[in-house]
Design a protein around this ligand. Structure first.
Ligand code: BLA
Length: 509
């Protein structure tokens, strides 16, 4: 996947599409209720032409909303939404236009207020609120993270009735993987498939961190333009009706998906993944139904955070016996060579490494399979001059210019720990390459295409045929716990070295 493409995708200003999805209506007003912009379908819904209301007061809409003329209903809602200097509307509010009931959803956009009108009537006939309690207890009953995820997709499908529900997890490099799935029996499984980072560009992820649900009700509907007095397009980041990027619409159509709904999974403030839901016919679910799915997402998010802390704790504990063994082996060591010999085998076993090295006062003491002395010497001095943190870890030697001297060797993973802030002395662990195969949903390339006039445009993949990629040059990554443990062992080795120096000093006195 090339990074130009990622850049190109992430530059699309999806927060100001100048249009909304066609299942609702939007009014943009200021605090006095003057309408600055609105969606062009106002007339179809209210019977009042947008040219008549733009620049006027929202009270003009009162008749259509069945409200008293004197009462500036929407302005009152806005002022009631301010609590201690914070805008916290109690969405949704209910209004009736003609025979239909609408949810009014308020949000802010710069100095203005967005008033989304969305139908209350949805394609989901049962109230999901009745099911959510049982669903959540189902989810919470499990201990294993994978079972919790599987339960979450089943419960989400049960609650909102989409035909395919997945947990899409982001990996470190931004690409993603379907790690749990519940689907209608006749659909093929996408479990285990990987998707490139550019499928969900950065600015979209930011929006999913800001608003936890995203509904795309019908990919075949034409968006409704926003018209108005202000030439500047209105920021629709917080509008639930925001029109969808045409690239993403094409993407969903290429996938044969007619409606999509995503719920954010946020762990420690970061977008960990999405509950991604697909339907193979248009599907609109209303505000409360989306809020119910959001609740599942929030409970799932805290389950994931809790389980990952627990498993880190467990991993840390599982290292403790090995650390004690290593500390014990250091007790009767006489010199650096001794130290390395005494704990070498244990270090390799504990860290699943092929080599352990101690570069001390310009000399290399190695155990197992380690690079040449000159290579380690160079690496140590580069680390000392460019890398301030006490630990350095990579699972892909070839991606790091610091490690250019190791390119072409069998070492793919390096973890280095500084002995002290002033010295160029380091402890090293080395891992070999571990080739793996990634199952991509479609070959992630060729995104820029050319139209009839030879103008380039960004295009999503149109084939999601499984494409296997053999990934080379990577070692198993060093976990955070492994890095912590390495620092702990560094402290013990430092202690053993200092003890020896003291003993020698005493002998010489
Ligand atoms: C948004 N892309 C999304 C979203 C998902 C995906 C889940 C969130 C909106 C939604 O729920 O539909 C991608 N959907 C997936 C993936 C799976 C899935 C990976 O179900 C796997 C199972 N898309 C492209 C390219 C670009 C792009 C090349 O393929 C860049 C130009 C853009 N994706 C794109 C944009 C959005 C998006 C702009 C934001 C849509 C929006 O919220 O308006």
């Amino acid at each position: 996947m090339n990074s130009d493409l990622l850049d190109l995708c992430s530059q699309e200003p999806i927060h100001i599409p100048g249009a909304i999805q066609s299942h609702g209506m939007l009014i943009v007003m200021d605090e006095k209720g003057i309408i600055h912009q609105c969606s062009a379908n106002v007339e179809a819904l209210t019977g009042i032409s947008y040219t008549d209301i733009l620049g006027g007061s929202v009270t003009l809409l009162n008749k259509a909303l069945g409200k008293d003329h004197a009462n500036n209903f929407l302005v009152e809602l806005v002022s009631l939404s301010w609590h201690d200097g914070e805008f916290r509307p109690s969405n949704p509010y209910q209004v009736r236009i003609g025979r239909e009931f609408f949810n009014v959803i308020l949000s802010q956009s710069a100095d203005n207020y967005l008033v989304d009108f969305e139908p209350q009537q949805s394609d989901l006939f049962q109230d999901p609120q009745n099911k959510v309690g049982a669903s959540l207890s189902h989810m919470l009953a499990d201990n294993e993270l994978q079972s919790i995820l599987e339960n979450a997709v089943q419960q989400t499908r049960h609650i909102i009735g989409y035909q395919r529900v997945m947990i899409y997890k982001f990996h470190q490099d931004g690409h993603g993987e379907v790690i749990a799935e519940d689907r209608e029996a006749e659909l093929e499984s996408w479990l285990g498939l990987h998707y490139p980072a550019s499928d969900i560009p950065q600015q979209a992820r930011e929006l999913y961190k800001r608003n936890y649900t995203r509904l795309i009700a019908n990919v075949h509907e034409q968006p409704i333009s926003i018209v108005g007095l202000d030439p500047a397009p209105v920021d629709l980041s917080d509008s639930s009706l925001r029109a969808v990027s045409p690239v993403h619409i094409r993407y969903l159509k290429n996938m044969k998906v007619d409606s999509s709904f995503s719920v954010s999974i946020i762990v420690e403030g970061e977008l960990w993944g999405l509950i991604a839901c697909h339907n193979y016919s248009p599907r609109y679910i209303n505000y409360r139904q989306r809020e119910t799915a959001k609740l599942v997402g929030q409970v799932l998010s805290s389950c994931i955070a809790m389980r990952s802390q627990e498993s880190q704790q467990k991993e840390l504990l599982s290292f403790q016996a090995a650390v004690m063994e290593i500390v014990r082996s250091l007790q009767n060591t006489d010199n650096i060579a001794d130290i390395v010999q005494a704990c070498g085998a244990n270090m390799l076993k504990t860290f699943d490494a092929v080599g352990f090295a101690f570069y001390f006062e310009g000399e290399l003491y190695g155990f197992g399979d380690v690079p040449y002395e000159e290579q380690i010497a160079l690496l140590s001095s580069k680390l000392a001059s460019t890398h301030a943190a006490e630990i350095f870890a990579t699972d892909q030697v070839s991606s790091d210019s610091l490690l250019a001297d190791l390119a072409g060797t069998s070492f793919a993973g390096v973890m280095a720990c500084q002995l002290s802030a002033e010295l160029k002395d380091y402890l090293f662990l080395f891992r070999e390459e571990k080739a793996s195969v990634v199952r991509w949903a479609g070959k992630p390339d060729k995104i820029v295409e050319f139209d009839d006039k030879a103008q380039p445009f960004i295009s999503p993949r149109n084939s999601f045929e499984q494409w296997l990629q053999e990934v080379k040059g990577y070692a198993r990554p060093w976990s955070t716990t492994e890095q912590q443990i390495f620092i702990q062992i560094r402290d013990e080795i430092n202690y053993a070295v200092a003890r020896k120096v003291n003993e020698l000093r005493k002998l010489n006195e």
